[in-house]
Design a protein. Structure first.
Ligand code: ADP
Ligand code: MG
Length: 576
């Protein structure tokens, strides 16, 4: 470190290019510092470094990283603290050009995700950071750079990467709360459940743009209706009670503004683990649950939507349906079929984000517009088949259509943010007031045949990927719009999805493997070697800004890539 300091001081006042010489590895006694990448000019993307502490010195007890889940939680805890101290600290001379003087580490949200920002192995803990090497104009500010790299960053490392300097109760709680959620999710299936919402959970969020819990006297903590209450014993927290949602077709009904969508959104996010204090630490959903919504304008490539849509005008084929511009109903149908292809065992739908004509056609409309003039088989006529034929459960928010009562196993009514089991009352209403509509399903709904992506032709630069925020990826000359992929929650996940698509095209897309198999191969590599494996950088030079997406979101991104080509074999048959 002393040689790094002397070198940086000697660069003071030189041209920016002189910074190149600081690339390398340095020993700080109790830590090692790696400067992996040095930016070419003050306005280029920042330089990248890592700081590593061996466990002999870090002192973390192996208990805290002894399983994959605990390790991810420990990494997450350190990343958050590092970030917090970076923000609190004075990281630089703000007169420097560009982002000079700014040190960064990936920012975590309310979810605890597998991230490349911090790596814990059996031997060491490592934090990956970016640093804008400071300059005035294009002149090196060597003294400031020396302060950043030899004092500021090691100072934060000392407070976040050494066990003895951490608040032990907070760290242990962080790890245990995450482990409990993972356990809870794993315990759902054997109890015949698809979701669990613990009593006392805080589901509403601070605002439409904040994922933090709503606070204040108006917040109503979740409380299970007595008939739906189940108890589960967690490894760390012990016994907890809450509402179990069984496999089946579940309706969430209730007046407007009574908390229906809030419950559904909690279920969407329940595929991820949350930090202590989030309010959703006991709101857990099966890991392959997929939110389904209308998404007009999206691209669809050779998806068999014939189970839902048939006889389109001009004889368009819906057994292998492609469009550059799907309608509300065709996009929602494609989203369902693709979710089935990704192995979803639970679909989550909200009337707020569904196409009405996809959800229901009532008796009067059926009489006015004959079935032969209506391409859509509404979801209401397929939802039982999804369950009974394909073992796929559904939770649907419907405030508007009583016809849905007839297909539900369970009806939960939200009233003043409190759930009530109104299944009995719903049954009574069905008996007293017979429905007007006739079932419209024609043919049987089958599990979709696998779709096989074709290798991408063209120049290698078509593999140039970039993520912008949570919602956008550019892939070569295409854009992938992920704004309506609701369970993609973090910009670092989006970056990872972008790299995964590139990696998959380079290695596994061969015109023979189905899309789901391609994605599984990538996930196996990640499982074995860590998320770093999809990084575009040389080994050891980590980007530190990737977070793990699920198989479902990776497949969703592929399916929205406008240049993706699917083999037109005799696949894609859903209805027979
Ligand atoms: P719905 O879908 O039934 O129309 P929402 O779920 O959108 O209603 O909720 C309406 C409003 O109530 C939102 O602003 C939400 O944040 C708030 N809210 C939801 N659940 C709770 C709760 N348990 N306590 C306090 N406010 C809540
Ligand atoms: Mg709503």
């Amino acid at each position: 470190m002393e040689s790094l300091r002397r070198n940086l001081l000697s660069l003071d006042g030189k041209g920016y290019g002189a910074y190149k010489s600081v690339r390398g590895a340095y020993s700080g006694g109790w830590f090692d510092l790696f400067i992996d990448h040095v930016q070419a000019d003050p306005f280029a993307p920042p330089s990248r470094g890592r700081i590593r502490v061996l466990h002999g010195i870090s002192g973390f007890p192996p208990y805290l990283y002894g399983s994959r889940t605990r390790k991810i939680a420990l990494q997450d805890f350190v990343a958050r603290n590092f970030y917090r101290l970076l923000k609190a600290g004075d990281s630089g001379d703000r007169s420097a050009s560009g982002k000079g003087g700014l040190v960064g580490v990936d920012r975590c949200g309310q979810e605890v995700l597998d991230r490349t920002a911090v790596l814990v192995t059996g031997d060491f803990i490592e934090v990956r950071f970016t640093v804008g090497l400071p300059a005035r104009g294009r002149t090196v500010l060597g003294r400031e750079a020396a302060r950043l790299l030899t004092e500021f960053v090691p100072g934060i490392a000392e407070r976040t990467m050494l066990y003895k300097n951490l608040r032990r109760e907070d760290l242990v709680r962080h790890v245990e709360v995450v482990e409990d959620q993972e356990y809870l999710r794993g315990a759902l299936a054997e109890r015949g459940l698809v979701a669990f919402v613990g009593n006392g959970s805080i589901l509403p969020r601070e605002s439409g743009v904040s994922d933090r819990p709503l606070t204040g006297p108006a917040v109503v903590p979740f409380q299970s209706p007595p008939g739906l209450e189940v108890e589960i014993s967690l490894p760390n927290r012990g016994r907890v009670a809450g509402m179990g949602i069984p496999r089946g077709v579940t309706l969430v009904v209730g007046g407007g503004y009574h908390g229906k969508s809030t419950l559904l959104r909690a279920l969407e996010r329940g595929v991820y683990n949350h930090i202590p204090g989030d309010g959703r630490e006991l709101a857990v959903t099966v890991g392959d649950a997929v939110k389904i919504r209308a998404e007009d304008g999206r691209r669809v490539e050779k998806v068999d939507i014939s189970g839902f849509i048939n006889n389109l005008p001009f004889g368009l084929d819906t057994r292998s349906f492609s469009t550059e511009n799907a309608s509300g109903s065709t996009s929602q149908a494609a989203n369902i079929v693709e979710a089935l292809e990704s192995g979803a065992s639970l679909l989550l739908l909200d009337e707020d984000t569904s196409a009405t004509n996809f959800m229901i056609r009532d008796g009067r409309m059926q009489r006015l517009v004959a079935k032969r003039n209506e391409p859509i088989t509404p979801f209401i006529d397929r939802v039982r088949e999804l369950l009974e034929g394909l073992n796929v459960s559904t939770v649907i928010v419907v405030g508007g259509s009583g016809d849905y009562l007839g297909v539900a196993d369970l009806v939960i009514m939200m009233q003043n943010y409190m759930p009530h089991d109104v299944t009995g009352a719903a049954r009574k209403i069905i008996e007293d007031t017979p429905g007007q509509r006739v079932v419209e399903a024609a043919g049987r709904l089958c599990r979709p045949a696998p779709r096989i992506p074709l290798p991408a032709g063209g120049k290698p630069d078509r593999f140039r990927v970039r993520a912008r925020g949570v919602e956008q990826i550019s892939f070569g000359r295409d854009d992938i719009n992920l704004a309506y992929v609701d369970q993609l929650v973090d910009p670092s996940q989006t970056r990872a999805v972008a790299e995964i698509i590139r990696y998959a095209y380079e290695r596994y897309v061969d015109g023979k493997k189905p899309l789901s198999a391609v994605v599984e191969r990538v996930l196996e590599d990640i499982g074995r070697e860590g998320l770093d494996v999809v990084s575009p950088f040389e080994r050891g030079q980590h980007p530190g800004d990737l977070a793990g997406p699920r198989k479902q979101e990776i497949m969703a991104a592929f399916n929205r890539l406008r240049s993706v080509r699917i083999s037109s074999g005799k696949n894609n048959r859903v209805t027979q």
